[in-house]
Ligand binder design. Structure first.
Ligand code: BGC
Length: 736
């Protein structure tokens, strides 16, 4: 009892000291605000890309934050100007897109999501924070939380895929990793949840395009990860380029004030995306830059990234009464609060020798390798060709076998390719490697070298073909209308198949490509999103069976890009696919209109995807047994206790990502066919069985219903415990 009381007392003291620190910060913010001129306030709202070239403006207090300076010597130099030469000595906030690692590059975020491992993702974000804060960066523009249901959109690489629950879990893990234990710790890297909102729903997957999303769908699908990250303490938020239903996010008062501030109680800082304020002129939503500035600030934006409209026009807008002083003060409060929270006033400078010391630390590389191992998805393994026999002879070819720059993926400004371990470098530790470099990059169409590779294959026990996308083919502004392998990569795979040797294909890409025809031309396929610095070692371990694949698809794999957008958790249709429809080539001549199956499907590609969300094989097999829930009917305040036995029925020690899905059978509006509500990674030795338990609160079944209320509606539900979103047997239950 005594210990319990002591613990409670400590907890209470901790809470009150947090509250006191917060009150102290608010007081300091107010005191500083009192001293500031309007010009100085406006200066804080201005963010520019660059450093010493802005010395004059920094000294004049005209810049609040800079981006893209990562040399600690320059960071200190500009910080010294801000602290020592500007009138009030307000430190700068230095920012950078640290998206999946700073120096040590982790798998792209889509790959991180494929791990379904929040611990490994949090660790990755911590590594990124330690390395980047050592260079003087205290703010990253990550995590990107945009739900992406269309792989044509190049930025699918930067997010966690199509599912709101997975997105929330991964986003929160990243926020925790970046920000660490204490905001004022010098290794705290302020997170920025982006892009608020709907940016991933760009029409047709065309970047920057309009998004038509209803309020209900925003609330049920696009908001949850933002809300979860803000609840987890994310310090900043970025608006998005796109409009939703005609209103550009940077000028959307309902989003930035009513939802973000009032409903969610966000007290962090809101920044525009790069010139997204100015781009409201191109949108035809603002007359000119001045009008765009008024719209943005009145909508609730605090800081302008690179439109230069705030610095140029805010003063006049205040004088003209188009912006109130109260509005400006609020924006500046949010900026100063962040700077005080980060301890920048106490600790503006960085130890200039630290950055190079911590970059690529062995434990950072080990964490990146672990993440890359867990992110690879085994899509096919005919005849158990994988793992390959260690010390056997393998022919290694393909454009991604030794592509140190491209395997890092998109948004890797600071990763240095000389540190990249490519598969070609790593495979020698396990195999006798014959390397014939055929295609030199993913778009290469030159097939002359294929013959030499076929000849060399005669001496090999198996062929491993590394294909995929160059880093530049995914990411911002890199949408594609076709998702098949570029160049002559499919031809290369087919040429290797023609040798009669076992063919293993490894894909390193920024998105889920359409690889159906390539699957038919190989025995095994390991799908690794761009795996980062340590990708080569991770893949070599997986190919050799030193590690066993456990990644699961964070996005649906399509048969054909014409199926996009396609996602597992779509609303139930009145004519669901029955699987007995007549496909294109089987349609008899002059067939009657209704004899083909009037359901939701494509005549040419059927209904189903190539691989469903959550899919991924292992070198072993798993058996689910005795799946049960503790009751038939639950109250809304209950929790659902789920239990099951999981057995490793194969020969390798391995990890299964167990997924729990729920379906609300009847709602006041149409509900999704299934929704992920939980997952867990379970590791098992060969033959081992573990009894597993999981709990879901009934309140987690709530959604925004017909009346736009967030409620659990009473009625019938179904629940699945399975290894992917298309497997398992439904268990029924009721909510009273
Ligand atoms: C991107 C943002 C990024 C910003 C700063 C923009 O083009 O959309 O995601 O954070 O640039 O580099």
């Amino acid at each position: 009892m005594r210990i319990k009381h002591f613990v409670l007392l400590l907890a209470a003291l901790a809470c009150s000291s947090v509250a006191m620190a917060q009150a102290d910060i608010e007081q300091r913010v107010e005191e500083l605000l009192q001293k500031m001129t309007l010009e100085e306030k406006i200066g804080q709202m201005n963010q520019v890309s660059g450093g010493l070239q802005f010395s004059k403006e920094i000294a004049a207090g005209q810049i609040g934050s800079v981006l893209n300076i990562v040399d600690p010597v320059e960071v200190n130099a500009i910080q010294r100007i801000a602290v020592e030469q500007s009138r009030l000595g307000i430190p700068l906030l230095v920012s950078r897109d640290v998206i999946h690692g700073f120096r040590t590059i982790f798998p792209i975020p889509l790959g991180m999501a494929a791990t379904f491992d929040t611990a490994v993702v949090e660790r990755g974000a911590r590594v990124a924070a330690v390395e980047s804060t050592a260079a003087g960066v205290r703010w990253t523009f990550s995590p990107m939380l945009d739900i992406a249901r269309d792989s044509r959109w190049g930025r699918v690489a930067e997010g966690s895929g199509e599912d709101p629950y997975l997105d929330s879990q991964m986003g929160v893990a990243m926020v925790k990793g970046y920000q660490g234990e204490k905001f004022d710790d010098p290794t705290c890297l302020a997170a920025c949840v982006k892009h608020f909102v709907g940016y991933g729903a760009a029409e047709g997957g065309r970047d920057y395009n309009t998004a038509m999303i209803s309020e209900r769908s925003l609330r049920n699908t696009y908001f949850p990860a933002f809300k979860a990250c803000i609840d987890a303490g994310a310090l900043t938020l970025m608006t998005s380029f796109n409009d939703v239903d005609g209103v550009p996010s940077t000028g959307n008062k309902w989003l930035l004030k009513d939802v973000l501030r009032q409903e969610w109680g966000f007290d962090g800082m809101v920044v525009t995306d790069w010139n997204s304020s100015g781009e409201m002129v191109m949108h035809g939503f603002a007359e000119d830059l001045k009008d765009a500035t008024a719209i943005s600030i009145n909508a609730g934006v605090d800081m302008d990234m690179m439109s230069f409209g705030f610095i140029a026009h805010t003063k006049t807008l205040v004088e003209e009464g188009k912006l109130s002083m109260a509005t400006i003060d609020n924006a500046v409060r949010n900026i100063l609060r962040l700077k005080f929270r980060l301890g920048l006033f106490e600790n503006p400078y960085v130890d200039e020798s630290l950055a190079r010391k911590v970059a690529y630390a062995p434990e950072h590389l080990a964490a990146a390798k672990q993440c890359a191992v867990e992110s690879a998805i085994l899509l096919q393994n005919k005849g158990d060709v994988l793992p390959l026999k260690q010390n056997s002879t393998i022919l290694v070819t393909g454009p991604m076998a030794d592509a140190p720059y491209d395997q890092l993926g998109t948004w890797t400004f600071d990763g240095e390719e000389q540190y990249t371990v490519t598969p070609l470098k790593a495979l020698g530790a396990h195999f006798n490697v014959i390397n014939v470099p055929t295609l030199t990059y993913s778009r290469d169409k030159e097939t002359k070298s294929f013959k030499a590779a076929q000849k060399a294959a005669k001496k090999a026990d198996a062929i491993v073909v590394f294909v995929g996308e160059e880093a530049i083919l995914s990411g911002e502004a890199h949408s594609l209308s076709q998702l098949n392998l570029q160049g002559a990569q499919s031809e290369l795979i087919a040429a290797m198949k023609a040798t009669g040797k076992p063919v293993v294909v490894v894909v390193m890409a920024g998105r889920a490509l359409t690889i159906e025809r390539d699957l038919a031309q190989c025995d095994a396929m390991l799908y690794s999103f761009h795996p980062g610095t340590m990708g080569g070692e991770a893949l070599a371990d997986l190919l050799a069976g030193v590690a066993v694949p456990s990644g699961k698809a964070p996005m649906t794999f399509l048969r054909d890009s014409g199926q996009a957008p396609f996602y597992y958790n779509h609303p139930m249709t009145g004519r669901p696919n029955l699987g007995n429809e007549t496909l294109l080539n089987d349609i008899p001549l002059k067939a009657g209109q209704t004899s083909l199956g009037c359901t939701s499907f494509y005549l040419d590609s059927g209904y189903g995807p190539l691989f469903p969300f959550g899919y991924g094989l292992s070198y072993t097999t798993f058996e689910y047994k005795n799946i049960s829930i503790d009751k038939q009917a639950y109250d809304k305040s209950d929790s659902i206790h789920i239990s099951f036995d999981l057995t490793n029925t194969g020969k390798y020690e391995a990890t299964e990502v167990v997924q729990i899905y729920v379906r609300d059978l009847v709602g006041s509006v149409v509900r999704p066919v299934k929704e992920l509500k939980g997952f867990m990674r379970v590791s098992l030795k060969p033959g081992e069985t573990k009894h597993c338990e999981h709990e879901i609160a009934v309140s987690d079944l709530a959604y925004w219903n017909y009346d736009m209320e967030y409620v659990v509606e009473a009625g019938r539900f179904e629940l699945w415990v399975a290894g992917d979103s298309a497997s398992g047997e439904a268990l029924g239950f009721e909510v009273k």
